[in-house]
Design a protein around this ligand. Structure first.
Ligand code: CMP
Length: 139
């Protein structure tokens, strides 16, 4: 079915000028960008976005990383886009993500406490609805 997902180009992706490359891959796959915004998020939004990770050891550094610079948030629409974008993104760790994926082709891993992996994509229809409501409350 046609569905919507929240895609975020994280601060590492924006800092490395990979916004166009990520959006190009999304569009080349046939998905549509239906909302798009560059902004620096605040800690409150990120804490709510990553609420499911609040007990993880990397939570504080994850939030700190995500507010460290501008991100690009997008609502992306298409048939099966939630699973499809996660396939485009590749697995969480850039060092083990498959070549051909965003993280596999472009991701690096530094000695940081948080995995800097260029993009975020919602992991389920429930997460997508919740995250779209947080980042684009008017939509
Ligand atoms: P994301 O898909 O945005 O969802 C949670 C994020 O936490 C993930 O991408 C990574 O950036 C980060 N992350 C996940 N697992 C770890 C880990 N084991 N150590 C540090 N950061 C992690």
């Amino acid at each position: 079915a046609t569905e919507r997902t929240l895609v975020i180009v994280k601060p590492d992706g924006v800092a490395r000028n990979l916004v166009g490359e990520v959006l190009r891959r999304v569009e080349a796959k046939g998905y549509s960008i239906v909302a798009l915004e560059l902004r620096t998020a605040d800690t409150d939004l990120l804490a709510r976005h990553y609420a499911e990770h609040e007990d993880k050891p990397f939570f504080a550094s994850l939030v700190e990383f995500m507010v460290s610079g501008p991100v690009v948030a997008a609502i992306v629409e298409g048939h099966g886009v939630i699973e499809g974008f996660r396939s485009l993104a590749g697995s969480t760790k850039p060092t083990s993500a498959a070549p051909g994926t965003i993280r596999g082709d472009l991701g690096r891993e530094w000695g940081s406490a948080v995995v800097q992996n260029i993009v975020h994509g919602s992991d389920s229809p429930e997460s997508a609805a919740r995250e779209i409501g947080l980042w684009f409350p008017a939509l």
